[in-house]
Design a protein around this ligand. Sequence first.
Ligand SMILES: NC(=O)c1ccc[n+]([C@@H]2O[C@H](COP(=O)([O-])OP(=O)(O)OC[C@H]3O[C@@H](n4cnc5c(N)ncnc54)[C@H](OP(=O)(O)O)[C@@H]3O)[C@@H](O)[C@H]2O)c1
Length: 206
Amino acid sequence: MSTISIIGSGGMAAAIAGRSAKAGHAVEVIGRDTAKAKALADKLGSGARTGTYGAVPAGDIVILAVPYSSAAAVVADYGGALGGKVIIDITNSAAPDLSGLLTPDGSSGAQEIAKGLPGGTQVVKAFNTIFGHVLAKGGRLDAFFAADDAKVKERVSTFLESLGLRPLDVGGLHMAQSLEALGLMMISLAKNGAGTWDFAMRVDVG
Ligand SMILES: NC(=O)c1ccc[n+]([C@@H]2O[C@H](COP(=O)([O-])OP(=O)(O)OC[C@H]3O[C@@H](n4cnc5c(N)ncnc54)[C@H](OP(=O)(O)O)[C@@H]3O)[C@@H](O)[C@H]2O)c1
């Protein structure tokens, strides 16, 4: 088992932290609001603790669970403290009116976030295609992820599997563009044709 650090203490942080604690990982919750981070850690139990915002996180895997619009500022606040870590970017960069994505053409939130990180830090896109409340409910959901480094993919795949998810590698980090488009599609689907947020994307193989 590993130590998983989560920056953010909102809905997605709680869902990922809950699954991680249940899987036996040591969880570190880090928030700019220390009271909110402590409240989440206390709720998790299982020895979950809080970390200091901006300091070197305890875990080798760090989940960035903040809005896309805040991600660059958070990464800048950390500076070199994220060096050498595996950063899992879970952000969806959908415009509030769902007219498109907030990212520059030909890029993705994950690729933009990577630009602000210190050398040796690896970015993985994951979790953005699973709604938080669906993740929290449990079940072996499909977990699409994208990353460039083979060893990092293996590490993250093992982590996702440990949470009871089915890891599905969609390719290099450039594929975060497609995963973020899928995130936008899911939100729009919930508000239009599906008429509910209680669904998950699933691939039937074979
Ligand atoms: N909700 C979903 O179903 C879902 C699904 C897939 C992906 N996502 C993505 O997951 C991420 C988190 O979503 P969420 O639903 O968990 O949001 P949320 O409940 O609003 O929580 C956001 C967290 O980010 C923190 N934060 C915001 N701005 C910050 C800043 N400038 N510096 C430091 N911390 C900051 C907030 O801290 P405070 O509490 O102090 O404001 C809060 O802990 C988003 O990027 C979202 O697109 C969400």
